[in-house]
Write a protein that binds this ligand. Structure first.
Ligand SMILES: Cc1cc2nc3c(=O)[nH]c(=O)nc-3n(C[C@H](O)[C@H](O)[C@H](O)COP(=O)(O)OP(=O)(O)OC[C@H]3O[C@@H](n4cnc5c(N)ncnc54)[C@H](O)[C@@H]3O)c2cc1C
Length: 312
């Protein structure tokens, strides 16, 4: 444990600052200790800048998250600041085929609003349980469709405190990749401008989205804490098939299990620790490599990998 520094976040309303917040509530894995400060931040450059300067002054690291649907939180309490992007009252604006959306907005809301406006091509986002910010960073997608393909530009706050808008062709989108994992990894994404590739009947679009959601949920172990697929798809293979063929379906360490329903989901059976999940990940990687010579690369992020400030 540590001594909590005095909270002097004078410019942030008290209602949006949570001391000693439970990190398990910040990740769909439902795992984790506590973090000294959680702030639900508005997508306003001045506010975000204030927060990261405050963390630097107090001398603690910070991380920015969306829905935590791709982050494993650590078991140990963290003397740090987590900034959770919250959606503003007006989450997005639609102008013709163009949509400007704030980073803290859920993909499902974005897809729904687009469909209601008769804009096609965003339906795949409906059941990816994250925010637009996390989706841009990860270039979230399904099958051959990904968020990066819809992006015209992204507005972010640079570590120098500058608000910049970068066109899509400079954002290095690839399979679960973007510049925000590399050169722009210290940027805080404020908003994105997207272009819908087509038009269709709203009722049909909404119906299709619900059907995809139903189909996915019938294949996913949604009854357990999880962060979706843990491993990226290796070229020429499917991670889940390799894991199954390695005889690891249902393999359990502590309370973490290779889901027999979807082998690329390593689930929290209830009471799993981050350490259980990490050990299971390493075991799966080692076994698959031993049997098939394929290196499974993690899609899941560890909070330790995304600290900014002194821990990075
Ligand atoms: C049941 C389930 C199904 C899933 N299915 C899919 C799927 O089909 N396809 C897919 O691609 N993913 C899938 N995922 C994984 C996850 O939903 C995506 O990776 C999603 O894009 C993560 O968004 P998030 O808001 O939760 O980001 P987080 O997990 O909170 O963060 C992910 C990364 O983005 C960064 N980040 C978040 N917001 C910002 C911001 N505003 N500025 C800068 N950096 C930011 C974080 O620092 C971190 O590095 C699934 C997850 C679950 C639980």
């Amino acid at each position: 444990m540590f001594t909590l520094p005095a909270i002097n976040l004078k410019k942030i309303p008290e209602s949006r600052v949570v001391p000693m917040a439970k990190m398990a509530e910040l990740s769909t894995y439902k795992i984790g200790g506590r973090v000294a400060f959680l702030v639900e931040a508005a997508p306003i450059a001045a506010e975000l800048n204030y927060l990261i300067n405050w963390a630097a002054e107090v001398g603690i690291p910070w991380a920015i998250i969306g829905n935590g649907s791709n982050i494993l939180m650590p078991d140990e309490d963290q003397l740090a600041l987590i900034i959770k992007m919250a959606p503003p009252k007006e989450p997005l604006t639609i102008n013709g085929a163009e949509i400007t959306v704030y980073s803290g907005v859920n993909n499902s809301l974005l897809a729904q609003k687009a469909a209601e406006a008769g804009l096609a091509g965003l339906g795949f986002l409906y059941d990816i349980p994250g925010t637009v910010g996390g989706g841009v960073v990860q270039n979230a997608g399904m099958n051959e469709e990904s968020l990066g393909q819809l992006v015209l530009s992204v507005t972010s706050l640079s570590p120098g405190g500058e608000t910049i808008t970068t066109a899509a062709d400079k954002l290095a989108f690839g399979y679960r990749e973007s510049i925000f994992k590399h050169d722009f990894k210290d940027h805080l994404i404020i908003s994105a401008r997207l272009k819908a590739p087509g038009h269709d009947d709203p009722a049909r679009l909404l119906g299709d989205m619900e059907a995809i959601k139903e189909l996915r949920h019938s294949k996913f172990p949604m009854e357990y804490g999880n962060c979706g697929s843990v491993f990226k798809r290796p070229a020429g293979y499917y991670a889940g098939k390799l894991i199954q063929d390695a005889g690891l379906s249902g393999y359990t360490i502590g309370r973490a299990q290779v889901s027999p329903k979807h082998r690329n989901f390593l689930v929290n059976l209830g009471g799993a620790t981050a350490s259980d999940v990490k050990k299971l990940i390493t075991h799966v990687q080692n076994e698959v490599y031993k049997k098939f010579g394929v290196k499974l690369e993690r899609e899941l992020l560890y909070l330790e990998e995304i600290w900014h400030g002194q821990k990075s």
